[in-house]
Design a protein around this ligand. Structure first.
Ligand code: GDP
Ligand code: ZN
Length: 299
């Protein structure tokens, strides 16, 4: 009997096959070419064993070990950036994650884990000064269970998301408590290779018991910023909203030292802290370096 057409969602990727969850709730395995381009989160139509991909609303990309940009998952609504009093994450790391989320169609939010530890109140205060009006902040403790209801409620409103963050902040621990069927190894990341006990690099999508979905992205090392134009960075950078709204003399201003630059004025008046400009300039340089390394387009 021929297979019937079915709408589905890719919930797992096995290299030469993907797991497609169909409307009836069952998951079927469908063979794909090795570089099919399908990722977890893709909505597909299965037609006689062949997948037709529907348009994506967002794309989560990372840089692999060779500095190449790879697609990890698609159609995420939110990107949870996990931080902790220990280990602390660099300011530019957080900004890079926020910029990436915004530029690729995801709403960023912050999860302050290990709020059972000393220094978490200070970190929470610092984060709300820097990002407070711009995105939700959930102080939690995966170990003590503090604050988890609010985070569960956020997903339960129907959001699909993934967590990113510096190794050791507690991403696996949080995923384990939110989603009991995941069972990730905690604290076993090898600092040299960056690989945990689970050395698979496949992403998987999990439905949370209370609603919402979580995509597990093992091996997620860094963000692919490649497709942001340097002149667009200011528009995505957290805290530069009013600067961008008021504008600069030049429309393609990079907010470095151009005359009539709104950022220079805002830093001068104290409206934007110098540290925020420093973080912006650092990411701008990375973007420009990355662009310089891209192969020239052949016309
Ligand atoms: P990941 O690298 O971000 O996935 O972090 P893990 O989930 O592997 O956690 C790293 C370490 O932090 C482990 O030793 C965990 O037990 C610990 N940890 C995770 N969550 C908490 C928390 O809420 N409080 C405290 N004190 N420790 C935590
Ligand atoms: Zn400017």
């Amino acid at each position: 009997m021929p297979e019937q057409d079915a709408d589905g969602l890719i919930v797992a990727h096995y290299g030469v096959a993907v797991g497609v969850r169909t409307e009836t709730g069952e998951t079927v395995k469908v063979r794909v070419r090795r570089r099919s381009g399908h990722v977890v989160g893709d909505r597909v139509i299965v037609r006689e064993g062949v997948l037709e991909r529907l348009p994506r609303r967002s794309e989560l990309r990372r840089l692999d070990n060779n500095g190449e940009v790879r697609l990890v998952a698609s159609n995420l609504d939110v990107l949870g950036i996990v931080i902790a009093p220990l280990p602390l994450s660099a300011e530019s790391f957080l900004d890079r994650a926020i910029v990436t989320a915004r530029a690729t169609g995801m709403e960023p939010f912050l999860v302050l884990n290990k709020s059972d530890l000393e220094g978490s109140d200070e970190l929470a205060a610092e984060m709300s000064t820097r990002y407070g009006d711009l995105m939700p902040l959930f102080p939690v403790s995966a170990v003590d269970g503090i604050g988890l209801d609010a985070l569960i409620g956020f997903f339960a409103e129907g959001r699909r998301g993934a967590f990113v963050g510096t190794t050791g902040v507690g991403k696996s621990s949080i995923m384990n408590v939110l989603c009991p069927d995941i069972d990730l190894a905690v604290g076993e990341i090898n600092e040299v290779t960056g690989l945990g006990r689970h050395t698979t690099t496949v992403s998987t999508l999990h439905s949370l018991p209370g609603g919402g979905e979580l995509i597990d992205t093992p091996g997620f090392r860094d963000f692919g910023l490649a497709e942001i134009e340097p002149a667009e960075l200011g528009g995505w950078f957290p805290g530069f909203e009013s600067v961008v709204a008021e504008g600069c003399r030049f429309r393609n201003c990079l907010h470095r030292s151009e005359p009539g630059c709104g950022l220079t004025a805002a830093v001068g008046s104290g409206a934007v802290p110098e540290t925020r400009r420093a973080s912006y300039l650092r990411i701008l340089e990375e973007l420009e370096e990355h662009q310089a390394r891209l192969p020239r387009r052949k016309d």
